[in-house]
Ligand binder design. Structure first.
Ligand code: ATP
Ligand code: MG
Length: 218
């Protein structure tokens, strides 16, 4: 069981990392509207090292994989996103002590990450940050756990997308986007869209891995 859990955790972290690398330009463009246009660059510089140093990360279970990832992100990503993403992975990893976590334990790890982001970013829901996509997505993940992991992730991704699109109309209260005040209402938050794109990518990768394992039967 813990072998399977580790494979799943690897799939999730690798997919998040690859998504950050693949969307460097797109995420920068989103941040350039009211920010300074470095969000995609920052994420990609951290996650590309996670991928290139994968074999030397030295993890043994899902929790340590997240913690080792956190160390790379904290070291490599500058500006605001380094501490935010580093703290999120560190807190999630610290929460996952079970080498074969249950769905409820995975949700608890997300909640720990969210608390870490709130503290580190001095922010909360409604400030127009990545939390405005992440929190509704995790709520949906928790509500859908009974449907099985694949469906729960898929539904969380749909919720993340809706919530990220809904950041258009909100005023940014944190980060560089907040310097533009009312003008920030006209665009979506870059970090929130980043969360949606990552959930969608993880949902797709998870489904593909299940098809591979079961030969197409669900
Ligand atoms: N204080 C904060 N707490 C949580 N998330 C934040 C905070 N500030 C910004 N964010 C998120 O980070 C995204 C931007 O990341 P980025 O790394 O570009 O930071 P920034 O605000 O442009 O600051 P800097 O460029 O100086 O690092 C935003 O779209 C938002 O989702
Ligand atoms: Mg920026």
């Amino acid at each position: 069981m813990s072998e399977e859990a580790l494979r799943q955790a690897e799939l999730v972290v690798r997919t998040i990392a690859q998504t950050a690398v693949d969307n460097e330009t797109y995420f920068c463009e989103l941040d350039a509207v009211v920010g300074d246009g470095d969000f995609g660059y920052s994420l990609a510089r951290g996650f590309e090292i996670v991928l290139s140093d994968w074999d030397e990360l030295g993890y043994t279970d899902p929790g340590s994989l997240l913690k080792k990832t956190a160390i790379v992100l904290t070291k490599r990503i500058g500006g605001t996103s380094g501490p935010i993403w580093g703290t999120a992975f560190l807190r999630a990893g610290g929460s996952l002590s079970n080498p074969a976590p249950t769905g409820e334990e995975v949700v608890a790890a997300f909640r720990a990450a969210i608390e870490g982001i709130k503290q580190r970013g001095n922010t909360d829901l409604g400030d127009k940050t990545l939390l405005d996509a992440l929190v509704p997505a995790v709520d949906e993940l928790e509500a859908s756990l009974g449907e099985g992991a694949s469906t729960a992730i898929e539904r969380a991704a749909v919720k993340a997308r809706e919530a990220a699109e809904a950041t258009k109309g909100m005023v940014a209260m944190r980060g560089r986007a907040s310097y533009t005040g009312e003008r920030s209402r006209d665009s979506v938050d870059a970090g929130a869209i980043g969360i949606a794109v990552m959930f969608e990518a993880v949902g797709k990768a998870w489904q593909e891995s299940e098809v591979e394992r079961t030969g197409g039967a669900k």
